[in-house]
Ligand binder design. Structure first.
Ligand SMILES: [Zn+2]
Length: 451
């Protein structure tokens, strides 16, 4: 082979191998690019772990739970009324699977829920509505067992007024004459836009005040609800169901009394912010507030019932402080929209009247504790105090009753037992009656002059 051709051959081979190297490099580059696209695509399709719907008269809540926060946009569409929720980068199949058969026929606001692929990477969720609503949408960070939650609340245009709802239920002829006159005139005076010009009745008459001169209203608050199951029993019971069952039983007993009526803060499986529960009680001018719960502890042998009142500063024990902290966390788990300005905040702050209210709360708590001591063993012999948010109505004596330990298998059984629930409700009722016997409710006009 001539020298020149050898040189040319080497050059040719070098060129070829360089060419191959470039090709390999390019191939690697594209492979990398492709894999990046693939990873991005996989990351993008975030599966929705759960869709939960909590219907109620107050509002209906739709919750979408996922590992990563969901980017979203909301659109209100008319004729017919519906809400369109566009969800970025979520897995279509998971939504489709999760929304199946979730809407109840009894839902006051949502008629149907459907999903479709709208744009690449966007799943469109459509809520067909039964009436026009005011939607609120917000995100909740992971807490407890939950991942990221996207929450859509659908409120009626006219908020449900607990006072009007209460009046709707009171049959006009049922209560005895003085009570019924009071029940009818009071709310009318409250609701009328004009100035309240009720003359003080008891002030002018020198007659001694009868023990119960009017219809007294007891607000009953079934702890937890909806997204917040409360404490869980080993047998699968949830505190939120037990509390509602007992609250309903107590309401029936109270409503059977001629001069008493009960109002439930929630009458269904949905969450209400702690401050909303207090607000409802104040709106109906409740004379007492009773929040019903079931306790839990890491050790299964912890047992017994207990009753708590608010403390202005400091808790009476480390256990009471721990419990108040746990109960106050309900708002985090149940889910509260923090974007909404709280116009009632000023009213629920502690004020001067709180000290007197707490003294009455302790009296009520002792009366109830004495009675339930005959139904179940007591966890503590005396009333304890701590900073429970649910007990902060400044003008309503308020107690929190831990009916038993749901984390104790034996007490969990009791809490699910119809007869035990009845006995517990009757004991609480006797405690309330005993309290009123010693501390008769003031007439409304006297209250008005005190305020
Ligand atoms: Zn609780």
């Amino acid at each position: 082979m001539p020298r020149g051709s050898i040189g040319a051959e080497i050059a040719r081979r070098l060129f070829l191998s360089a060419n191959v190297l470039v090709r390999i490099a390019l191939l690697c580059f594209f492979a990398l690019l492709l894999s990046q696209f693939f990873v991005a695509a996989v990351r993008a399709a975030e599966p929705v772990r759960a869709v939960r719907i909590w219907p109620s008269q107050d509002y209906t809540r739709v919750t979408l739970e996922s590992r990563q926060p969901i980017r979203h946009s909301l659109l209100v569409v008319k004729n017919p009324e519906r809400i369109v929720l566009d969800l970025q980068d979520v897995e279509y199949a998971s939504i489709q699977q999760q929304i199946a058969d979730k809407v109840l026929a009894s839902d006051p606001y949502v008629a149907n829920l459907r999903a479709g692929r709208y744009l690449p990477g966007v799943v469109r969720l459509v809520l067909d509505l039964k009436q026009e609503v005011k939607p609120q949408i917000f995100m909740l960070k992971p807490v407890g067992e939950y991942g990221n939650r996207l929450v859509l609340d659908l409120y009626p245009l006219e908020p449900i007024d607990p006072l009007m709802a209460l009046l709707d239920k009171v049959p006009p002829e049922a209560p005895p004459a003085p009570a019924s006159a009071e029940a009818k005139s009071e709310p009318a005076a409250t609701l009328s836009p004009g100035p309240a010009t009720e003359p003080p009745k008891s002030a002018s008459s020198g007659m001694p005040r009868p023990e119960v001169t009017r219809l007294v209203t007891i607000a009953l608050d079934a702890g937890h609800g909806g997204e917040d199951p409360g404490a869980l029993g080993r047998g699968g019971s949830r505190e939120k169901h037990v509390t509602l069952t007992i609250a309903r039983k107590l309401k029936t007993i109270i409503d059977a009394e001629p001069n008493m009526r009960a109002v439930l803060t929630r009458d269904g499986d949905y969450y209400l912010a702690l401050r909303t529960r207090v607000e409802k009680a104040r709106r109906v001018k409740a004379d007492l507030f009773v929040s019903i719960h079931a306790d839990a502890f890491v050790r299964p042998h912890a047992r017994g019932s207990s009753v708590f009142a608010l403390s202005e500063r400091g808790a009476t024990s480390a256990a009471a402080r721990w419990l108040a902290k746990r109960e106050n966390a309900a708002d985090l788990i149940g889910g509260v929209n923090l974007d909404v300005k709280d116009r009632h905040l000023a009213q629920t702050l502690l004020d001067l009247s709180q000290t007197a209210t707490i003294q009455d709360s302790i009296k009520l708590a002792r009366a109830v504790l004495n009675e339930i001591g005959g139904v179940n063993s007591l966890h503590k012999d005396d009333v304890e105090q701590a900073g429970f948010a649910i007990l902060k109505a400044p003008d309503i004596p308020s107690i929190l009753v831990e009916t038993a330990f749901i984390s104790n298998p034996e007490e969990e059984q009791k809490l699910n037992d119809d007869a035990y629930q009845d006995r517990m409700a009757h004991a609480m009722f006797r405690g309330i009656k005993r309290y009123f016997a010693r501390n008769p409710p003031l007439s409304r006009s006297t209250l008005a002059t005190l305020q």
